[in-house]
Design a protein around this ligand. Structure first.
Ligand code: DGL
Length: 254
């Protein structure tokens, strides 16, 4: 699995619940965080470099636990490498069916909102729903800095989501894996708002792909987690623990 930082850990958590016996390598590309404002070719280049590294460890499946990297690179990765990929796209479909007001806010990075993948999903599933996209400026940065659950995080969410909620939106889609860690803040600020987070669905999809390929680990295998971090390892470990994850071995990598 990989992401620009701690965001994809939300997918990791869901996956480990389903498959505690699988061995997971999580690559946090914190030296290049944030991906959101970067041009797609830059993010694609990082994705390719990360996959090369993961393939050295003989991985059988890659979960692109990042909406921005999925938007920038997923089709190219699938074409270039002979292993299965599971990617992420904002959950427009579940949001459209869940909303009773017919008004949905999508919170994601600029890279995700600008991508073709997102345009296609809106086209396919967004008809009949009033969809407002909101670039979550600064939100992933707050999470990465360990500030989920702080008044600063709630203030940022108020500013970004408040106008849309006041205008009648009853559902918000978390279109960036970092935002999964802001769910308590969103609930505190907007108790009526329904939150669509796709991390569990992505974890289930990963299981399905493993099943279909006959790739599941033996049930008696002991699960393992290894971390590769391109930036500051101590900081990554600290935020990870703060988010409720057990410490795990961390390797450096550029
Ligand atoms: N977690 C990433 C995503 O799902 C993006 C965060 C960033 O901007 O690096 O889009």
């Amino acid at each position: 699995m990989f992401d620009s930082g701690v965001g994809g850990l939300s997918v990791l958590r869901a996956f480990r619940q389903l498959a505690p016996n699988e061995r997971v390598i999580y690559f946090a590309d914190t030296a290049y965080f944030p991906y959101g404002p970067r041009p797609a070719p830059e993010v694609r280049k990082r994705a390719f470099a990360i996959i090369q590294r993961l393939l050295e460890s003989d991985v059988k499946l890659v979960v692109v636990a990042c909406n921005t990297a999925s938007a920038a690179a997923l089709p190219d990765l699938r074409e270039a490498f002979g292993i299965p990929f599971v990617g992420m796209v904002p959950g427009v479909k579940p949001a459209a069916s869940r909303s009773t007001s017919g008004r949905v806010a999508i919170l994601a990075t600029p890279g995700t909102l600008d991508g073709d993948l997102f345009a296609r999903v809106i086209d396919n599933f967004g008809r009949g729903t009033r969809i407002t996209t909101i670039a979550g400026s600064g939100l992933a940065e707050l999470v990465e800095a360990g500030q989920a659950g702080t008044p600063g995080a709630r203030e940022a969410l108020r500013g970004l989501l408040g106008p849309e909620v006041q205008a009648g939106a009853d559902t918000v889609v978390l279109g960036c894996t970092h935002y999964a860690f802001l769910q308590d803040d969103i609930r505190a600020e907007f108790p009526e708002l329904s939150i669509v987070d796709t991390s569990e669905a992505v974890a289930r999809r990963a299981m399905q792909v493993l099943d279909e390929g006959g790739l599941r680990a033996p049930l008696d295998q002991e699960g393992e987690l290894d971390l590769i971090v391109s930036g500051d390892r101590a900081q990554f470990r600290a935020i990870m623990q703060q988010l409720g994850f057990e410490p795990a071995p961390v390797e450096a990598q550029q």
